[in-house]
Design a binder for this molecule. Structure first.
Ligand code: SF4
Ligand code: SF4
Ligand code: SF4
Length: 248
């Protein structure tokens, strides 16, 4: 039986999630035994139009990128969104809060009007084409990458948690960041990172995006307890924005 052919593509991003794949070390050798990687700009020079699984990193910020993504979607059976830029638009979505001409001028100064520096509102991958699986985080968790790929190869639905980071955080017996007068997004953000930030004495800043049905009432109770409001919580979600339709 031939191995599934995998291609990895990047759009607007820092490529840090691809770097996490490169850093898989021994596990990458296991994965390479069960798939054929046919295109991966960061790690090889070969290219192919013939693949079963497309892994897409980065957010979509230009019309021409939408067209490129649509072609990738038409060529693959399974499309995986890799990392926060792809799954929720990531930090790139911050620019949607401003006039795009102002954003360009701020970044490129007097060159902002050059035609190749065109830019549109940032979109997550699933705002352009259907996505079959998500690997959340900024950057992604290496172990979760392996878990999702293995599940898909077995024809199973990848196990992505739909409960908040607080569940993992409490299991680790961390002292809650609210006790340090910080606003932590853990009550409304999707778990799966092992509460990476609170376990390192940082608040959760939302990189895995909202759980599918954020429990706003429970979040409000936490806010009330510490003399804060849900509005204060939403302010802290600015870094990772939110997908359309996934607002509190
Ligand atoms: S999700 Fe974060 S680490 Fe991954 S490509 Fe985007 S900015 Fe980089
Ligand atoms: S609010 Fe943050 S620090 Fe507190 S339990 Fe939840 S994830 Fe942990
Ligand atoms: S704790 Fe929050 S910000 Fe940190 S990795 Fe997990 S989801 Fe991302």
């Amino acid at each position: 039986m031939s191995k599934p052919r995998v291609a990895i593509f990047d759009f607007a991003c820092c490529e840090g999630c691809q770097l996490q794949i490169v850093n898989l070390e021994e596990e990458i050798l296991d994965l390479i035994h069960v798939v054929d990687v046919v295109e991966w700009r960061e790690a090889m020079s070969e290219q192919s139009h013939d693949y079963d699984i497309a892994i897409v990193e980065g957010s979509i910020t230009r019309h021409e990128d939408e067209l490129r993504l649509e072609v990738i979607r038409s060529r693959c059976k399974i499309l995986i969104a890799l990392g926060a830029c792809a799954t929720i638009g990531g930090v790139n979505k911050m620019k949607n809060n401003f006039d795009l001409n102002d954003v360009k001028e701020c970044v490129y100064g007097k060159d902002a009007k050059m035609p190749h520096l065109n830019t549109d509102m940032t979109k997550a991958v699933d705002e352009v084409v259907p996505v079959d699986a998500y690997i959340h985080g900024c950057p992604i968790d290496r172990k979760e990458f392996g878990t999702v790929i293995r599940a898909l190869l077995l024809g199973k639905r990848p196990p992505v948690p739909d409960y908040p980071v607080c569940v993992e955080c409490k299991a680790k017996e961390n002292v809650c960041r609210y006790e340090y007068n910080e606003i932590c997004l853990g009550p409304i953000i999707r778990a799966g990172c092992g509460a990476r930030c609170p376990s390192s004495n940082f608040r959760c800043f939302g990189c895995r995006g909202y759980v599918d049905h954020p429990n706003v009432e429970a979040a409000k109770e936490v806010m009330d307890k510490y003399g804060l409001t849900v509005e204060d919580l939403k302010q802290k979600m600015i870094l990772f924005g939110s997908k359309q339709g996934h607002t509190l």
